[in-house]
Every structure is written in structure tokens, then in C-alpha cells.
Design a protein around this ligand. Sequence first.
Ligand SMILES: [Zn+2]
Length: 454
Amino acid sequence: MSGGGAGHGGGPLVIRGARTAAGEQVEIAVLDGVIAEVGASVSTPAGAREVAGEGMLALPGGVDPHVHFNAPGARSHWEGWQTGSAAAAAGGVTTVVEMPLNASPPTVDLAGFQAKAVVADSRVDFGLWGGVVPGNRAELHTLARAGVIGFKAFMSASGAEDFPASDELTLYEAMGTIAELGLPLLLHAESDRITAQLAARAAAAGRTSVRDYIESRPPAAESEAIASALELAAITGCPLHIVHVSTARGIQLVAAARARGHDVSCEVTAHHLLLTDDDAAELGAAAKCAPPLRSAAEVAQLWQLVSQDETLFVVSDHSPAPPELKLGDDFFAIWGGISGLQSTIELMVSESLSGRRVDAVQLPRLLAAAAADRFRLAGKGALAPGMDADLTLIETGTERLLSRDELLDRHRFSPYVGCTLSARVHATYLRGDLIYHDGQLVGPPRGQLLRPGQ
Ligand SMILES: [Zn+2]
């Protein structure tokens, strides 16, 4: 036994003295990369290294099914797998599922899937979303066989010219095919007819501010698109997941369809929970996203639903761009996307410690379990015997301001810099291997490609 160290790669491991999100002291025994036992007192596997977890919160490694790493291809310098997955490891996230756009080629056929799988030198386990675009329906079976976790489509412009939005007929036909495959379709649901016309109206009047941008993407643009998508999912039987829902009404539409027996779900981003439209006006480009940040009243409702609806989970939608695309006075022209992967867990734990809007007991579900269940990521998302030994130990005794220097994503352009955090990821384990410890990445990239389980 090595006593007190963090327990480096391989080999059996026992973590003692940490507490769970429910506040219980636990010991966790790890053997062959899998959690062997969790409980008040566990038997120590032969030769196990001991890790002192006193004072720390033990959470299942985060499962973030919504990240953009932008590689391979022309936008690789927007993020990349090494920097993106380093941010994940440092933030306690051990599984990501990466979006099909922004890489070139995009993941809309087998060649796109293989090109990405080859360059994905990831420090955390990862799955890949396939893309639905007009004209690629014949590729969906092939992508499913290759191992995509599901598919992603846009109802409004994605911003990437090689990943066009899907019209209603494209969606309807793709849903029919995806229903046969038994995989989920993820949708960016905002009405292009509403947002594009409002944007054109603003441009014609010379209105280009943050507020003008937010007004061009009103809550109605989201809920109208969600309602239409739910109708197509009901008709086709396609499992549907709405990404980054920004309004209570959107979540309630999905919940009502689920109550009618449809296989539908949605997610909320950390930024739609933690930031408001007023913050966007102050932060500028770092807080540009679509759907946009909402009013404080809307955000308060989102927090309530996040605690009540057991199917909801929180994602980062980590979506970086080079700083030069984040400049200028025309807020419509600035590239959208928020980079928050490394901070999501620390922010959510801090929020729970403040005791105001979310209870710590909800965190394992919100940050890991619900997404792993929804997307059939076998062995992921829970601190329980038989699961992969993916976990993070978090210090909670001290406060600090988030500093740009801590960030490991490529451009370190985060709206959360300067936020007060009362949680700090101390160590992250992937399948029993230490991959991050006390401010340092540990070992080479060991992430494995995940395929949907049964
Ligand atoms: Zn996204």
C-alpha cells in the first residue's frame, strides 16, 4: 500500500474517507478498472493502493453528451481532441459524446466517422454522434453499424456550411429510418422561419447589439420547433432528444409527450442555468449561444424543473471558436458557442453547496447517470459495483475565483472566468487509471471509443 497518494494507473485501488453526494462516508474498491465494491467499509483488494479521500466529495465521472471538439479538418484549431479532452479530465468529466458538425469531413457518412475516430486521441472515453443533413438518409444505417450513439440534426442554420439545416421532409424521412435503427435523434430545435426573419428585420434596421440578437431568437421560436418535432416523432416512433432547451415551456412540451408514451427527452446546458440575458449583455461574445441566454425569471423556472424532472441532465455544449471570430460590434456576426466543459461540474457542485437552487443529491443524476441511461452508455454514470471505475474527487472546503490560467481548453475563452467556485476537482479516474491529479494531467490519452450498449 502506498498510503495517501492518488493511486496512479492500473492496479487495484481503495479510496477511503470520501463522501457521496448524499453525504454518506464511503469506501470505494476498484479492481481491473471496474468498481468492485462501494460501502461504509469495503474489503481491500490484494495489493490495492490506498487513496485518502477525507474531506472530498466523490462523484461518478461526468458524462457530457454534448461537446464540440472540431477535429479533424480545417477547424481543428478551434479546439481539438487533446485540448478538449484535457479540459474534460481536469473538470471531472470522463465520458463525452462529440457532435457531428465542425469537423471536416462532418460525421454524415462512414468516411466522416472513420476520419474522426482515427484522430480522436482523447484523454476520456468518447462516443460520436452521426449527422442528419438533407440527402444523407442512405448513410444512416452505415453510421449506425459503425457505432454512432445516435444522430444530430438542426432545424435552423448550424453556422457550418457543410452541415445544413434539415427541412421538415428531411426530418420526417430521417426519423422513419432512425426509428428502425432504435437510436435517438438529437435536435437543435429553433424555428428557422422565426429566427431568420427576425434576424433579417434587425439587420435591415441596423440593430446589431446583444439584446437585438437575443430578441431575434425568442422563446416562441424554440417551443414552436419543439412542438413540430414532437409531432413528427410521435408519427414515426423515432426516439427524440431535444438539445439545450432554454425555456420551461420547451421542457414541459417534452415532458407532456413523454407522459403520452413517446420516447422523448431533453437536456439543459450549464450556461442556460447559470447565466441570464443580463449576463450576456455584460459578458458579450463569451456568452453568445443559440438558443440565447434567457431572463432571470425563465432561469428560475429551469432550475425548478431540473430538480423535479428525473430525466433531465446538464451538459456543457462546449463549443469553442478562435478568439478572432469572437470580435466585432455586430453581435449577429460573432461566432456563437460557449466553452464551459472544464467548469460544469465545479459550477454545479458550487451551486449545490450554496444551497439555493439545487440539492447535491441530484448531482450524480444531472451530471452523469441520466445521460448515460438515455444514451445507453454501458458501464458509465454511477458509483456502483460493476460499473467502470470512472470517478472524480472534489475538494469543497475553499473558495476561489476561476482563473483563465487553470483552463486547459485551447482558447480559454470562458464566460465563467472570475466566477466564485467553492469546489475544485482534485483527481479524476478513468477505468481505474488516474488521468488528472492536483492541477496536472496524468499519463497518455487512454480514452476509448464507446458504442451504444444494450
Ligand atoms: Zn452544440
